[in-house]
Design a protein around this ligand. Structure first.
Ligand code: PEP
Length: 242
């Protein structure tokens, strides 16, 4: 799975160009799902373009709110995302955790709401540089993974995104990625799933120059790409090389 996370970037014209170019330039493989997560205001527009191009790009939302929060000004529910045919939703991204003070309870509620509406969840986890320096990454990630303990992992893709690597240009080494992805897959077996049922994608400063090495690492099932996904040419090349 190769996921483009545009964050708070782009215009409707950029969305149009991106979908046109990516649909034409990538060599779609059913086992390598391509997910586009534009800002929420462009979701429906993107959905229409994807349909018009008969493209196999899947639509993902960067945000969702718990279905329990009905009286939430500015909220976006799972039912609304389903209504406009969204396929995926990112939950637990470090930027949402820190900017919106999203805790495990809120994340669990969002995941449950998404699954109830048959959305597939990209559940993001990752440690900051302090945790890494203290050698406490695995303990930290175990705590983040606890929210999955009563959830069916069939609808979940885990995105391991070390915070120190996001947007920093400082990509994790192959050895580190393999160690952590292996740990995540093993840990999730506690929730009664086999290693093969658990997809773990990597995110954090993925670029054209490093994508081949990362994707060829053991235990890596795909990529979550921020900055480098904005350019449709670069994103298409990363998809084709991965
Ligand atoms: C992200 O925000 O999910 C991300 C991985 O960003 P970048 O690729 O820019 O590090």
């Amino acid at each position: 799975m190769i996921i483009a996370n545009w964050k708070m970037n782009g215009t409707s014209e950029n969305v149009r160009t991106w979908i046109e170019q990516v649909s034409n330039n990538i060599d779609f493989k059913p086992e390598k799902v391509c997910v586009f997560c534009p800002p929420a205001c462009y979701l429906e527009f993107a959905r229409d373009l994807i349909r018009n191009h008969k493209s196999q790009i899947k639509l993902g939302s960067q945000i969702i709110n718990s279905s329990h929060d009905r009286a939430l000004t500015g909220g976006l529910s799972a039912a609304m995302l389903r209504d406009i045919d969204t396929d995926f939703v990112l939950i637990g991204h470090s930027e949402q955790r820190s900017h919106l003070r999203e805790d495990s309870r809120a994340i669990t509620s969002k995941i449950t709401s998404a699954i109830e509406e048959n959305l597939r969840v990209v559940f993001c986890i990752g440690e900051d540089s302090d945790v890494k320096k203290k050698n406490e990454t695995q303990k930290f990630l175990s705590e983040q993974l606890e929210v999955l303990k009563n959830i069916s992992l069939e609808s979940i893709v885990i995105a391991y995104e070390p915070i120190w690597a996001i947007g920093s240009g400082q990509v994790a080494t192959r050895e580190y990625i393999e160690e952590i992805h292996k740990f995540v897959k093993n840990h999730c077996q506690k929730f009664h799933y086999s290693e093969d049922d658990i997809s773990v994608v990597y995110g954090g400063s993925v670029k054209l120059e490093n994508c081949e090495e990362i994707i060829s690492s053991n235990f890596v099932d795909g990529l979550l790409i921020g900055g480098a996904s904005l350019d449709p040419g670069i994103f298409s090349s990363i998809y084709n090389l991965s």
